[in-house]
Design a protein. Structure first.
Lengths: 177, 465
């Protein structure tokens, strides 16, 4: 799920950036540092949408670096148990398949794949129904439901299932549909 | 006794899901004094006998405090069983409602003199039958699905075990376990191939207390599933019966009032009566069975029964018809139509009853209901015939009586064959054009059959191509 929230961060700025464009430099550095990171508490920071407040800078003794407390608005993405996501399959093996929904890695184990889908090894490993009408392979897009998340300080990993109504392949890798 | 099909559905629903729900206000939450379980059932039952009803009136007739009632209704509104409407209105507005209610045959006593020309906010409520079907079906579906998911352990996280060093992993560790040389997960310690824990090895070796608990839980779930199936069977049957019927549309409060008033405004009560019938039975669209099937045969006992129901004694819709009920019905006919063919009718009746008793109990209940319905239909019809006959001439009474006798027999037979009486009764309720209805139906059937055949062919073609 996406959230638009306000976060705070202490930014250290090198003295060479001091000047008329200090603020711009600060924001640029903030974006570079923060966007794409993951915190267990808030999820993945997708984008910074605005800077609310830059506090008073504090000069570090010895280095000359200045620390600014910065409040910024950002869009974060955090997967939840029970959430339905659309994801792209990245790897298929005998144990199941891995998929990515944006920055989130999701593993779907083979007992959470419908029973009528069988693993086919070979050049392109895939899961296929007996009549061959549905195939899950690398680059397939699937709709899945998250049944568990493992949230570390800097990492979120999910387990999903496609063994439920309206879940499964939503488009083939070739894009024929 | 004239429980409508939908009314029965609501009653069953009330008893299945809202029997032990106590609706507490914020203030009552602490005290145990207000044990109002069962009140929900009473209110729902009360609503099945009405269309749009002013909440004060409902409270009065149910002998509930209006605050209590409102709390219950709010609960049901959230449950999507009841639609409510609030509006500010003067005494005149209230009168419009009263007139509409009277026209709709609710027969609510109205006290016109008491009301002043002050604006009051009045609340009205009504069962939303169309939605109720969906709500109940969804509820049952969710219950079953939750259980099934649990049983299939669908949402559990897969565990893996290393056969060499017995180290256990869960699917959360999957990222670390992938090997790029083959398709299996590999142990971080010894690089052995991991096995999914549901495989035989693990169940043999890891069969400890944890496994036992799981087994017990499974048994419990199985048991629960069976009980759900069993206990909801009557409700499911009722749902199936209701499914194909058109939903009775009361519309919003305004449109309902307009509809009923429209009939009333024509002046004579006959028009209102006709409109009521049109709405209720003959028109087909609004409601085939709703409340208003006020058969003239209303027995002296039925009023008592309704009251008993009001006070919350449940199951009266399900109970086997007490013998005094039948007796009374027969008396009534006897009075009205003299002694002539009464005995033979009684025999026939008892025969049918005996047949029914042989059936299983559940069937008996529903059959009883259906039989009763058919019986009253037949009675009503007969009465109408009787009246007409009496008005015309008395000389031919004998022959026409034989005729009507046969009809009753035929009808009962049909009930037994079909199992569902809706279609049949609906047809027979058509005041005229009964004959024109049947050929139409046949045509319809014929038209359907080839169509489905085409579909199949199409499918085959499509698969080949």
């Amino acid at each position: 799920m996406f959230f638009h929230i306000v976060l705070e961060r202490n930014m250290q700025l090198h003295p060479r950036h001091f000047g008329p464009h200090l603020r711009d430099k600060l924001v640029a550095k903030l974006m570079k540092d923060v966007e794409g990171t993951c915190s267990g508490r808030h999820g993945f920071v997708v984008a910074i949408t605005g800077v609310e407040d830059i506090g008073k800078g504090l000069i570090r003794e010895g280095t000359g670096f200045v620390t600014f407390p910065v409040k910024y608005q950002c869009v974060v993405f955090r997967p939840f148990k029970g959430e339905i996501l659309e994801a792209v399959v990245t790897m298929v093996n005998k144990m199941g398949f891995f998929a990515e929904a944006g920055p989130v890695q999701i593993f779907v184990s083979n007992h959470l794949i419908p029973d009528d889908m069988e693993f086919q090894s070979g050049d392109v490993p895939n899961y296929t129904t007996s009549d061959g009408s549905v195939k899950i392979q690398k680059e397939s897009e699937v709709r899945l439901k998250i049944i568990g998340t493992r949230v570390d300080a800097t990492e979120i990993f999910c387990i999903g299932t496609i063994k439920d109504d309206f879940l499964g392949v939503i488009s083939d890798p070739g894009g024929a549909l | 006794v004239r429980w409508s099909v939908r009314g029965r559905l609501v009653r069953l629903t009330a008893r299945a899901f809202y029997d032990d729900i106590s609706i507490k206000g914020d203030t009552q939450a602490k005290t145990s004094r207000g044990d109002n379980r069962g009140m929900a059932v009473v209110v729902l039952d009360g609503l099945t006998r009405r269309q749009w009803v002013r909440e004060e009136d409902l409270a009065k007739s149910l002998k509930l405090h209006s605050k209590q009632l409102r709390r219950v209704l709010r609960f049901f509104e959230e449950e999507k069983l009841v639609t409510r409407d609030h509006r500010k209105e003067s005494a005149k507005g209230a009168k419009i409602y009263s007139a509409a209610a009277a026209a709709a045959g609710d027969g609510q006593p109205t006290k016109e003199g008491e009301e002043k020309v002050k604006l009051h906010t009045h609340s009205y409520c009504c069962l939303d039958y169309a939605q109720i079907c969906d709500v109940v079906r969804y509820r049952i579906h969710r219950m079953k699905k939750t259980l099934k998911d649990e049983l299939d352990s669908r949402n559990t996280v897969q565990h893996y075990i290393c056969p060499n060093c017995k180290k256990r992993y869960s699917a959360f560790d999957a990222l670390q376990l992938i090997s790029y040389t083959d398709e299996y997960f590999h142990c971080e310690n010894c690089n052995g191939e991991l096995l999914a824990e549901s495989d035989k090895l693990s169940s043999e070796e890891m069969g400890d207390g944890d496994d036992n608990a799981r087994k017990r839980r499974r048994e419990k779930l199985n048991d629960m599933q069976q009980r759900i199936d069993e206990q909801l069977k009557p409700l499911q049957a009722q749902l199936k019966r209701v499914k194909d019927l058109p939903a009775p549309e009361f519309g919003s409060l305004q449109s309902w009032e307009r509809l009923n008033l429209g009939a009333f405004a024509h002046g004579d009560s006959a028009a209102a009566e006709a409109a009521r019938n049109a709405q209720g039975q003959y028109n087909g669209t609004p409601m085939p069975y709703l409340g208003d099937t006020k058969v003239d045969v209303e027995l002296a006992g039925s009023g008592v029964k309704a009251e008993g129901d009001e006070s919350g004694r449940d199951g009266s819709a399900l109970k086997v018809l007490p013998p005094w009920m039948v007796r009374e019905g027969m008396n009534l006919t006897k009075e009205q139509r003299g002694e002539s063919s009464n005995t033979s009718k009684g025999d026939e009746k008892s025969e049918v009853k005996d047949e029914k008793k042989q059936d299983s109990k559940e069937d008996e209940k529903s059959l009883q209901d259906e039989y009763l319905k058919a019986y009253y239909e037949a009675l009503k019809k007969r009465q109408e015939e009787e009246d007409a006959k009496r008005m015309q001439q008395e000389g031919q009474a004998f022959s026409s009586e034989i005729h009507s006798e046969r009809q009753v027999g035929m009808k009962a037979k049909r009930e037994d064959e079909n199992g569902e009486d809706e279609g049949v009764e609906w047809e027979e309720e058509q005041p005229a054009g009964n004959t024109s209805e049947e050929p139409y139906k046949f045509v319809d059937l014929n038209a359907e059959a080839p169509e489905s055949g085409d579909d199949e062919e199409d499918e085959i073609d499509w698969e080949e191509g």
